[in-house]
Design a protein around this ligand. Structure first.
Ligand code: F6R
Length: 263
């Protein structure tokens, strides 16, 4: 794992977008795992900008989103399908047929989860999975005690997560759906590379537990410690409780793989 700390949220999101863009330029057939949420909005804006200004090409890219609320139709303004359309898909040259999100309206959720896993497998697996972290330590919607080997399935959201996401539901946690379909922790760990992007002081304590604490199902994000190719990008506020900052900064300043991303 490498932890890259950037002074501002803008720099952190920009670095994240630049790494994604570099991987896409290197492999136009990239299978890209996507996340939703407020942290990612600026990343998608920056990818859209790179598409318009530098011709970043999504024509052959295929995407898999981490999760979807159960019970929200694709055209519901709070569904993750709608979010992805608004934030990214409608602004770039991606073929809608190449964008995959679990169907939260499926009548047979177990069958939908199996279909989703099979599709990821049949297309060759995810090359790069983008992740955010929830205040309860989730990646995707893998709430505390999610098995570290879990696969795509339906999951009940914690009160913490429903409060965290209430802003998009008139500030009312009870309006946030109580369940979601989510890739499992095991599904996420199967991706060939992970990028976890974390911004803001509210995430500082949980980020320190995920990156530097013990691997535990109580903090599903701690499972990224098991992954051989994982980059964590944080702004200074989110990184404020990390102990190993001096080493992390040295790596970013000195390792050749980061040369093209240094200012
Ligand atoms: C969303 C997802 C979640 C979010 C996390 C952070 O698809 O998988 O794990 O990444 O809840 O959300 P924000 O960025 O809104 O704080």
């Amino acid at each position: 794992m490498e932890v890259i700390v950037q002074a501002s949220t803008e720099q952190a999101t920009q670095l994240c977008a630049q790494v994604i863009a570099q991987r896409l330029r290197h492999n136009p057939d990239l299978i890209l795992g996507l996340a939703t949420g407020r942290t990612m909005e600026r990343v998608y804006q920056q990818l859209v900008q790179l598409h318009h200004q530098q011709g970043l090409d999504f024509a052959r890219c295929r995407t898999f989103n981490l999760d979807e609320y159960i019970g929200l139709a694709a055209n519901h303004p709070n569904s993750y399908r709608y979010y992805m359309h608004q934030q990214l898909f409608r602004h770039v040259n991606i073929d809608p047929a190449n964008t995959h999100i679990p169907d939260g309206m499926a009548t047979d959720l177990a069958a939908e989860a199996t279909r989703y896993e099979a599709l990821i497998h049949d297309l060759g697996g995810i090359d790069l999975q983008l992740l955010g972290i929830g205040e309860a330590g989730h990646i995707g919607f893998n709430e505390p005690l999610s098995a570290l080997l879990s696969r795509t399935r339906d999951k009940t959201l914690t009160p913490t997560t429903r409060r965290q996401n209430a802003a998009m539901f008139d500030g009312d946690p009870t309006k946030v759906p109580s369940r979601a379909l989510t890739m499992g922790v095991g599904t996420i760990l199967d991706a060939r590379e992970l990028i976890l992007l974390v911004t803001g002081a509210a995430k500082a304590a949980i980020l320190a537990r995920a990156v530097e604490g013990p691997i535990t199902a109580m903090v599903s994000a701690s499972a990224i410690q098991l992954h051989p190719h994982c980059i964590v990008i944080a702004d200074a506020a989110a990184a404020s409780e990390l102990q190993g900052r001096e080493y992390y900064d040295w790596v970013f300043q000195n390792e050749p793989e980061w040369a093209e991303f240094r200012p």
